[in-house]
Design a protein around this ligand. Structure first.
Ligand SMILES: [Zn+2]
Length: 631
């Protein structure tokens, strides 16, 4: 047996040199074909040998959505709902400006909570840590301008409409339990010159209240379902006043669970009601319940085009980041890693400012922008990470950086242009010697795909292919996947590159996944008779010099660009020094990889490892984002 393998080795080595020459003349005719996405006529002989049917790159591939059995492949790193999703937003085309320095005030940000079709008829607030609320509006610099206040701890902002109180919420659907109703017809007692005057006038009525309607203080009372009901109340109660209803921009504040109006605000198109919870003690932060979550900061209720309430949380940037970090990184991770995450999140948030300007806020609370579920008051390390890095951003040549991150890189990150489509100077692949110091759970993953599996996946994703017989991977300098070419039995091939190469083999139905951009494709049936020039795990690129012995016993060094052909159990295959290249013909293909996410920017587990090794957040960020400034 020993002798037999020795013989094989010699045979293979002899073949190497002979085939080097052969390989150089049999280079694949890919270049011309790749430029042309239109399939050549099927009869053409060229198709048989060279037929290339280049799939358009990711954004244009249209068919997937129609296929029901197959998971849409664009987000291979986010199996919906099953795993934490690393961020995977498209790279913005234009670097956003740096945040402007305020007039000594804190940097503020507006986060949309409910808007458009999710706008609310009524929105409750309850003090968690606080004592009552101030009513007013936010000026152009997002400073809160108070007008009036209440000691009530539970208040509800309602569109000025006929609403029923049912199941803890105010709604326009008539209550089945015949409960409480707040009408939108009121009795105006008078327009007043000041708040004091309005208060004095309103205090004469048990249901009296004050309102700021289009810039004027008013005293009003009552909330009736119709004009007629308000008019009849005027006569029956002997009130000197006018029945009225406010404009479709008006917001009414009541004590939750009652029809007792506390305040009313109609700022026309220009201003919307702002509500600022009051802290329990001066200098403390108020925390407020809203729809089952706790929030820092204030709220704004706009009725865009007279519709339901668009609810926006307006707060300090850092208060917002406190809400973001614990959902992006485990709050128990080391402080310097949390700081790196906090600075990334702050930079990202600032770069996305005004994304939802149409609805009057900067970022939304969903993964469209950045998941935001209010503040986690039990994450003190996250808060320390945020507040101790206040005002720190990641910039490149003075512009805010796009701070991509992913869960773990599995050994190396990747240039942005090799995953997405744009080259960004600070998003460069780096070999990561740190991440392997910690357990990520994604150190090694491996799936075996049969020809039928791959054929099925491609068809399910809308590619009308015959049986796939070969796979040709190419790799980046960092050793991550760059492209995958699949050829079918008719000689037609489909090539997918960058993030699309990372996702095309992802199949929830088959339970076979590519979790990152870092994987290899090999012959799954490869046997011990195969020839390896190096250790199987060591890429050729890391070998300093390569030598081969020819038939006459002469030793030759293999040059940098040499195509090397080796003999394997399945026949010969071509490799080059940057890694295996050339078609793999096999009945089963092994896809083996490491890491989780898109491999661009910061590895979160790598940041954790670096923090444990004593690196600062600045060092962590500068390691993953090449050439940036942190400050
Ligand atoms: Zn958004």
């Amino acid at each position: 047996m020993r002798r037999f393998t020795d013989k094989l080795r010699i045979l293979a080595l002899l073949l190497i040199l002979g085939l080097i020459l052969a390989a150089s003349s049999a280079a694949e005719p890919t270049e011309e074909a790749q430029a042309d996405p239109i399939p050549a006529p099927a009869e053409s002989e060229e198709i048989e040998e060279y037929g290339e049917l280049e799939a358009p790159e990711a954004p244009e591939v249209p068919e997937e959505a129609e296929t029901e059995e197959e998971e849409a492949p664009f987000s291979p790193f986010f199996p919906s709902g099953e795993e934490e999703s690393p961020e995977n937003d498209p790279v913005p085309a234009v670097p956003p400006p740096m945040p402007e320095e305020g007039d000594g005030g804190k940097e503020m940000i507006r986060i949309g909570l409910y808007w458009d079709e999710n706008a609310l008829e009524g929105a409750n607030l309850l003090n968690y840590a606080g004592s009552g609320y101030e009513f007013g509006y936010f000026d152009d610099d997002l400073h809160f301008v108070p007008l009036y206040s209440t000691e009530e701890r539970a208040i509800s902002m309602l569109k000025d409409w006929s609403l029923y109180y049912d199941g803890g919420q105010y709604t326009s659907k008539p209550s089945t339990s015949g409960g409480l109703r707040v009408g939108c017809y009121h009795i105006r007692l008078g327009v007043c010159g000041s708040l004091e005057e309005a208060l004095s006038l309103a205090s004469g009525y048990e249901d009296g209240y004050v309102a700021m309607l289009n810039g004027s203080w008013c005293a009003l009372c009552g909330s009736y379902a119709s004009q007629a009901a308000a008019e009849s109340a005027i006569s029956s109660r002997g009130i000197y006043g006018t029945a009225m209803t406010a404009s479709s921009r008006c917001v009414t504040v009541v004590a939750t669970g009652t029809d007792r109006v506390l305040f009313q605000f109609d700022g026309g198109e220009q201003q919307s009601l702002g509500v600022m919870p009051r802290p329990e003690k001066e200098g403390e932060r108020a925390v407020t319940w809203f729809r089952g979550r706790k929030y820092y900061g204030g709220f704004r209720y706009s009725r865009i085009d007279g519709g339901d309430l668009t609810v926006v949380n307006i707060l300090e940037m850092d208060e917002y980041i406190c809400g973001v970090v614990p959902y992006e990184m485990s709050p128990g991770w080391p402080l310097e890693a949390l700081k790196a995450q906090a600075v990334s999140a702050r930079t990202y948030s600032a770069s996305q400012r005004g994304k939802h300007a149409k609805y009057g806020f900067d970022l939304c609370n969903s993964t469209c922008c950045q998941a935001y579920l209010g503040v986690d008051v039990d994450a003190p390390d996250c808060e320390e990470a945020v507040f101790s890095t206040s005002g720190v951003y990641i910039t490149y040549e003075g512009e805010l950086a796009s701070t991509y991150y992913h869960s773990c890189d599995g050994g190396a990150t990747e240039n942005s242009e090799n995953v997405f489509y744009e080259e960004i100077p600070y998003l460069k692949g780096v070999k990561d010697p740190y991440e392997s110091q910690v357990t990520t759970g994604y150190e090694n993953w491996s799936y075996v795909y049969t020809r039928d599996d791959i054929t099925w996946i491609l068809r399910a994703k809308g590619y009308n292919c015959g049986t796939i017989v070969s796979v040709t991977p190419t790799y980046t300098e960092m050793g991550n996947i760059l492209s995958l070419k699949f050829s079918d039995s008719n000689g037609v091939s489909w090539t997918f590159s960058r993030s699309r190469a990372g996702s095309i083999l992802y199949s929830k139905t088959l339970g076979k996944y590519t979790h990152s951009q870092r994987f290899t494709v090999t012959d799954a049936d490869i046997s011990s008779q195969d020839l390896f020039i190096n250790e199987e795990s060591e890429p050729l690129a890391e070998t300093q010099r390569l030598w081969a012995v020819d038939g006459s016993g002469q030793v030759h060094e293999l040059g940098e660009a040499s195509q090397i052909t080796v003999l394997s159990a399945e026949g010969s295959r071509t490799v080059n020094r940057s890694g295996a290249e050339g078609a793999i013909y096999a009945s089963r293909f092994r896809v083996s990889g490491s890491g989780w996410g898109h491999n661009v920017g910061m590895s979160q587990h790598g940041a954790r490892a670096m923090a444990l090794l004593g690196f600062t957040y600045e060092e962590i960020l500068k390691f993953y984002f090449s050439g940036v400034d942190v400050g």
